[in-house]
Write a protein that binds this ligand. Structure first.
Ligand code: NAD
Ligand code: AKB
Length: 319
């Protein structure tokens, strides 16, 4: 299987690249990103090309040259960055997806594109938000994510492109820092707990959001693409979740390992407004039934693992 990964140096891409290389072989995974100044070990571990995912001509040449069969399209702006640059967010999140869909259609590639809990809005049901429900997001990020879900559906129905995707919750990881989202606090809190024993949170302590640990997010990205297409009814926007919690809950689990840990709050109104418009928790029955989705980590086991890994990195002076 020959795979192209866009946005390969980001929070998800940098870890998905390693997982895909382990599964399918280093030379079969072609990485692209707008930048080439981070994650040098990943850049040097196999084919990497610096390119803008809106540049369809270059992407098309890469896909032909490497005989790409599957695309993971991760290049995008996250919610907080999108809210600061809404027009650029539309350009990158929607226009680059359309470019990639066209190439997938012409070259017969399958395509994974992630949507997000940000595809829901204040009028969506707040708790156990169903798979199919009202989607009227109020952030530009959400608008681009709903547009992306619909575009992928359209290319599947009209042209038969094998498009698939999930609505990721906030992803927590310890390799590459998150890239400008509303859920970034849930990663920063672990780094600060290990380094400084305290954290100032930009969301209110009672803000509940869905989250997932990176190993489960990577598992989902691989398993949905390997699933039997005959069983997929919701192709492009499967709700998935592993846990729902608020900053106060997370601080409590951290204190089980670091009793002196303290949290205080300096609320960012933009990110708080985005978080308030998102679900408290998702219902992910369709993913469980249609392709066997099931997470391995909950808040307790993720916290234990995050603190273990980051404590070791701190000891070595890596963070
Ligand atoms: P990230 O910001 O960490 O990484 C995105 C990468 O895309 C960066 O390396 C960036 O340089 C690159 N990029 C941006 N614009 C580009 C362009 N025009 N051309 C080429 N590369 C470009 O993001 P991430 O967290 O890895 O997210 C990847 C995807 O997953 C996005 O679609 C995002 O909306 C989705 N998602 C992420 C989360 C999360 O919590 N991380 C949750 C839900 C959905
Ligand atoms: C963000 O906060 O923008 C992302 C997401 C949940 O889509 N982490």
């Amino acid at each position: 299987m020959k795979i192209l990964l866009t946005g390969a140096l980001g929070q998800i891409g940098s870890e998905l690249a390693v997982k895909l290389r382990n599964l399918y072989g280093n030379d079969n995974i072609v990485l692209t990103d707008l930048r080439d100044d981070v994650n040098l070990d990943i850049i040097e571990g196999g084919p990497f090309i610096k390119t803008d995912s809106r540049d369809g001509k270059t992407l098309h040449e890469i896909i032909k040259k490497y005989r790409i069969e599957r695309i993971y399209h991760l290049a995008a702006l996250l919610s907080a960055t999108s809210e600061k640059n809404p027009q650029t967010a539309w350009d990158i999140n929607v226009n680059s997806l359309l470019t990639v869909l066209e190439i997938a259609r012409e070259e017969g590639c399958s395509l994974f594109t992630p949507s997000s809990i940000g595809a829901f809005g204040p009028s969506s049901p707040k708790d156990y938000t169903p798979q199919d429900t009202i989607q009227r997001p109020t952030s530009m990020y959400g608008v681009t994510k709903v547009a992306g879900e619909l575009l992928c559906d359209y290319y599947h129905h009209k042209y038969g492109v094998d498009t698939r995707g999930v609505r990721f919750p906030g992803i927590i990881s310890n390799a590459t820092p998150p890239g400008g989202g509303t859920t970034d606090y849930a990663v920063h809190i672990y780094y600060e707990a290990v380094k400084n024993r305290r954290y100032t949170c930009f969301l209110r302590g009672d803000t509940n959001l869905d989250m997932i640990y990176m190993p489960d997010a990577l598992k989902a990205a691989v398993e949905i693409m390997e699933a039997d297409p005959a069983k997929l009814r919701h192709r492009n926007a499967f709700n998935i979740t592993a846990m729902s919690f608020c900053p106060e809950d997370q601080a409590g689990y951290i204190r089980a390992h670091i009793p002196e840990f303290e949290i205080d709050y300096d609320i960012d109104p933009v990110r708080q407004a985005i978080a308030n418009s998102w679900p408290n928790s998702l219902e992910d029955y369709a993913a469980r039934v249609e392709w066997g989705w099931s997470p391995d980590y909950d808040l307790e086991s993720m916290t234990e693992d995050m603190l273990k890994v980051l404590t070791e990195k701190n000891r070595k002076g890596e963070i």
